[in-house]
Design a protein. Structure first.
Length: 266
């Protein structure tokens, strides 16, 4: 209906101009009045078109506002980032604080060397413990059976001990005891790779160190994984090994009589 009205309005302006020309040809409209009449018709038509464009612009502004409100509502329901994250991101500086920030709910260490955690990154991990959104921090260590594996395990346990001691300097001990769980996996299998699991912005994330980019227990690069299938597989592997591992007391101390068998109800 609105389109019909718009076309009729255009026809009326055209008919008015033709009528003025016909009346002039018939001698009814004098030559001196023809140009002013035509000029008036053209001015009215231009005014009409400007009014139509203004009205259309106003409608577009309203439509844009509605679309913006809908986008904001959708963003509030689905907190997915504006740009789709890559399935894997390479981080050539594992000390980058952005790599370790923003985690919620649960954070897990798998075969961690603790070379960075108790040095430059200690404030970031202290923040993970302090954050009320973190319910649990799980640390899974591997003792191994060979002499070299045992030496590596002892070095990592010493770093873990320092890590926890430094946490106690900045955080209440009760908070650490409430959230920290450590287990030791005994046996021949000691993974060459290291990974960390957590939830950031509602999505599962894994941070991976891979051999041979680990020199003397110090990672040279990290890989941030967002691929749901891969992260789920890492989660399944962590949980499988976690259930088979032995519980360590909340206060990690150097190797000795620190381990105890899993409770039967776990």
């Amino acid at each position: 209906m609105k389109k019909l009205i718009s076309h009729l309005s255009t026809l009326i302006w055209g008919i008015g101009a033709i009528t003025a020309l016909v009346l002039n040809a018939l001698g009814i409209l004098p030559e001196s009045a023809l140009l002013p009449v035509l000029f008036l018709i053209v001015c009215l038509f231009i005014f009409y078109m400007v009014a139509q464009n203004w009205q259309m612009g106003s409608r577009l502004d309203t439509l844009e506002s509605i679309l913006k409100q809908n986008r904001e509502r959708l963003d509030s329901f689905f907190p997915e980032p504006k740009q789709l994250r890559p399935r894997i991101r390479i981080e050539d500086n594992p000390k980058n604080k952005q790599l370790w920030s923003g985690f919620k709910n649960e954070f897990s260490f798998f075969n961690a060397p603790f070379t960075l955690a108790y040095e430059e990154l200690l404030p970031d991990f202290a923040g993970i413990f302090r954050d009320t959104g973190i319910r649990k921090v799980r640390i899974l260590m591997f003792s191994g059976v060979t002499e070299e594996q045992t030496k590596q395990f002892n070095r990592r346990m010493e770093r873990l001990t320092v890590f926890v001691a430094r946490l106690k300097e900045v955080l209440p001990e009760s908070l650490i005891r409430e959230k920290l769980q450590v287990r030791i996996s005994s046996g021949q299998y000691v993974p060459a790779n290291v990974f960390f699991l957590g939830i950031r912005d509602g999505f599962s994330v894994a941070v991976l160190y891979i051999w041979p980019l680990i020199h003397g227990d110090t990672p040279q690069a990290a890989f941030e994984l967002h691929d749901e299938k891969i992260v789920n597989q890492l989660n399944a592997e962590f949980n499988r090994m976690w259930e088979q591992a032995e519980i360590l007391e909340s206060d990690p101390v150097p190797a000795g009589n620190t381990r105890k068998k899993k409770e039967s109800n776990r």
